[in-house]
Design a protein around this ligand. Structure first.
Ligand code: SP5
Ligand code: ZN
Length: 341
């Protein structure tokens, strides 16, 4: 399988994140990527491919110009204001505030952030920009010849909205890949998000569009990040009515419960008949994951890959969450090798 590889991923190197009121080392860290790369190399005879530079167009097709300008320049503004270390927000434009257009970097961080778990570091933009190039190259290759691709990149993307970052995400890689295939001629593309957390970014980006189906299986947001989105009654609006499917599952779910939800997702994909599929490939539903509480096993990830393969669709996989270093490589490799069998 072609593995498009973001060799600049480690430019994003947060020292810590806010977790239960304290700073802890980032769960989403650079050590994840070589672990996954090595496991995948063995399992699926990966050909590592360097992404081409497609410039800003594929990114601008999804994200707002003022947001992109902010993400590119935030760390510089933060450092120029005399701050040491990574940039974090501490105040947000909450309901009841009148708004205004504050220019202070701390206000801007709150304006564009959904959460306090996501550092902006000196190289964040570089890593995220090349991540977008990585998924764009993967989407181009798969759309062109039909063979599946895996975009191995970090930071992840599925929590990023058109104008919001957070949940460790800055640019919505899966949305960029889906839109890229539409720009190349796909009439309908589906995004299937199997990360433990809800794919709020893609849901919001495509919520009123009928040409991109978004499906997410995730921990019930009543008890899990992102909390304020991801409920079953969010089904799309206007042209997008019926083109968003949320499948929230209770905490502690094993593959019994997860598989039942997954069957609904598969059924929706079969009836909707997309021209191409993007998989938001988070493996944080595994039982060993540190910030999650599902109970999937490595063999279950293999079954997931097999079921995706049986759909027979042009498929782009893009790396999302997965933080347990002992198992993430095996779990990603299980999905991809299952897909190929
Ligand atoms: C891409 C992705 O997987 N992003 C996840 C972002 C989650 N950030 C919030 C982490 C807070 C975890 N608190 C869980 C408590 C478990 N005891
Ligand atoms: Zn996740």
């Amino acid at each position: 399988m072609r593995v498009f590889f973001n060799a600049r991923h480690d430019a994003h190197d947060g020292a810590g994140e806010m977790h239960h009121g304290r700073m802890v080392p980032c769960f989403e860290n650079a050590r994840r990527i070589p672990i996954i790369r090595d496991a995948v190399a063995h399992a699926v005879q990966a050909q590592l491919v360097d992404p081409a530079d497609h410039g800003m167009d594929p990114i601008r097709a999804i994200h707002d110009a003022d947001y992109l300008d902010f993400i590119e320049n935030a760390w510089g503004a933060w450092a120029k204001a005399g701050n040491k270390g990574d940039a974090f927000p501490y105040v947000w434009p909450s309901a009841g505030f009148s708004g205004g257009k504050p220019e202070h970097i701390s206000a801007r961080l709150g304006q564009f952030a959904i959460s306090s778990d996501t550092p902006i570091t000196q190289g964040t933009w570089k890593a995220a920009y090349w991540g977008a190039q990585t998924v764009t190259s993967a989407a181009d290759a798969t759309w062109h010849d039909g063979e599946a691709s895996f975009a191995l990149t970090r930071p992840p993307g599925h929590h990023a909205h058109a104008n919001r970052y957070g949940g460790y995400c800055f640019l919505n890689n899966c949305a960029i890949a889906a839109q890229r295939m539409i720009s190349k001629g796909a009439k309908k593309v589906a995004i299937l998000d199997i990360d433990y957390h809800h794919g709020n970014g893609a849901q919001d980006i495509f919520y009123q569009r009928g040409d991109v189906l978004t499906i997410s299986l995730h921990a019930d947001p009543t008890h899990q990040f992102p909390f304020f989105m991801g409920y079953a009654n969010e089904t799309g609006r206007n042209d997008g009515q019926g083109a968003n499917l949320n499948i929230p599952l209770p905490g502690g779910s094993d593959f019994g419960a997860w598989g039942q939800g997954y069957a609904k997702a598969m059924q929706k994909l079969v009836t909707w008949q997309p021209d191409a599929l993007v998989i938001a490939l988070g493996v944080d539903a595994h039982e060993a994951e540190p910030i999650c509480d599902f109970k999937l096993q490595t063999d279950d990830f293999k079954r997931i890959g097999q079921m995706i393969g049986r759909l027979g669709l042009k498929t782009v996989f893009a790396m999302e969450g997965g933080y347990a270093h002992d198992v993430i490589g095996h779990n990603v490799a299980a999905v991809l090798s299952g897909y190929l069998n």
